[in-house]
Write a protein that binds this ligand. Structure first.
Ligand code: NAP
Ligand code: GDD
Length: 362
């Protein structure tokens, strides 16, 4: 029988890759999207435009994690076998600006889903398997290197603190109410679908735009931060694998290798024969009140118990992202030419200014 999955955060990077995976496995997929004044479903466009898929095997529903009724209503209406809780205000820097909202989506949002599952299981006797998007950000000021499932947490941001709360809630609901709930402690994972204010995508977008003359400089914060970066497409497979196990558990998902933001820049610019030192400048506004200096994951448990291993190394990831964004920058260039032709004086709407900082915040 066809399995049914419900995904929160379906319009995000991971949500979109997970949809690709679950549809390829024959699932019926339901996702919660937020009402927005502008489009927020671009990452799902390839499915939305497919009449064989949209509203046949993929269904989108308006809702919000902070609204308990959203989650409860969808669970009772569609009886999902699996719930993947990926929704979050996921930007660490921004969590210092909006800590309360971050706590509400990441922390209380997860509690809403767990409570709805508990109530559903109690009233119907049916089981739902739950995936919690935990984060390496919980390790924060790392207490050992590399970090594994038993490494103590030391979060360094409102986001990290909220993720710790949601993580322990998941463990608690598993132990208290016999819910098949698993936490994936995922280290940073990236892709061409990564949000453009996360550092990797900010860099790979800039490479193409600088090459096309659309941008002069790339302004970044701490270049010395070290991260264990993997490919999002590999990581959603691990999420699915966790929910196929007889017993729920928690797993670190990582590559076991880390490089600095500086080295990422060097490799991404070198892909198009550019020296990052000529283009990257520091802007202190991108520094964080408390930084996570390094993250390096040990995925031994996932390898042994799930049979999961990363398939994409850092060089392939950088090339994938840089090449994708290089093509995007060609499109940006054509739009720029078109805009200038339509509006040579630049009087009626903002002209393209090569000196303007491309990304506004974060
Ligand atoms: P993302 O691209 O920022 O996507 C976040 C998703 O959550 C978006 O679909 C967003 O909707 C949705 N969302 C935000 N607030 C919501 C709310 N109040 N109610 C319902 N939905 C809401 O994040 P991601 O990279 O895919 O990450 C997925 C999850 O894994 C997140 O929980 C993140 O914290 C966690 N995680 C990510 C990484 C990583 O490196 N990517 C590592 C560890 C853990 P809009 O599209 O409308 O904004
Ligand atoms: N975003 C950003 N922008 N980060 C910068 C910049 C900049 O201009 N310059 C330097 N950095 C540094 C940050 O200080 C941080 O040390 C590192 O680059 C990575 O930043 P992000 O890409 O924003 O990711 P993150 O590590 O803070 O958080 C991501 O990974 C977590 C898992 O460890 C997010 O995806 C979180 O949601 C996720 O939980």
């Amino acid at each position: 029988m066809k399995k049914i999955a419900l995904i929160t955060g379906i319009s995000g990077q991971d949500g979109s890759y997970l949809v690709d995976l679950l549809l390829s496995k024959g699932y019926e997929v339901h996702g919660i999207i937020r009402r927005s004044s502008s489009f927020n479903t671009q990452r799902l466009e390839h499915h939305i435009q497919n009449p064989e898929v949209y509203n046949k095997t993929l269904f989108l529903h308006y809702g919000d994690l902070t609204d308990y009724t959203t989650v409860e209503k969808l669970i009772y209406r569609y009886n999902p076998d699996e719930i993947y809780n990926l929704g979050a205000q996921s930007h660490v820097r921004v969590s210092f600006d909006i800590p309360v909202y971050t706590g509400e989506t990441v922390g209380i949002g997860s509690l809403n889903v767990l409570e709805a599952i508990k109530n559903y299981q109690t009233t119907t006797g049916k089981k739902i398997r739950y995936y919690q998007a935990s984060s390496s950000e919980m390790f924060g000021k790392v207490q050992e290197v590399p970090q594994k499932e038993t490494t103590p947490f030391y979060p360094r941001s409102p986001y990290g603190c909220a993720k710790v709360y949601a993580h322990y809630l998941t463990v608690n609901y598993r132990e208290s109410y016999d819910i098949h709930a698993s936490c994936g402690i995922l280290f940073n994972h990236e892709s061409p679908r990564r949000g453009e204010t996360f550092v990797t995508r900010k860099i790979t977008r800039a490479v193409g735009r600088i090459y096309q003359g659309l941008q002069k400089k790339l302004y970044l914060g701490n270049l010395d931060a070290l991260r264990d970066w993997g490919f999002a497409g590999d990581y959603v497979e691990a999420m699915w694998m966790m929910l196929q196990q007889d017993t729920p558990d928690d797993y670190v998902i990582a590559t076991g290798k880390m490089i600095s933001v500086r080295e990422f820049c060097q490799k991404a610019f070198a892909r198009y024969n550019m020296n990052y030192e000529h283009y990257v400048e520091i802007d202190e506004k991108y520094y964080r009140p408390a930084e996570v200096d390094q993250l390096l994951g040990d995925y031994t448990k996932a390898k042994q118990k799930l049979g999961w291993e990363p398939k994409t190394d850092i060089d392939s990831l950088i090339n994938m992202m840089t090449d994708y964004d290089f093509e995007l920058s060609k499109r940006d260039y054509m739009i720029h030419i078109h805009d200038n032709a339509l509006n040579p004086t630049g009087s009626s709407f903002p002209p393209h200014d090569k000196n303007k900082k491309f990304i506004l915040e974060s």
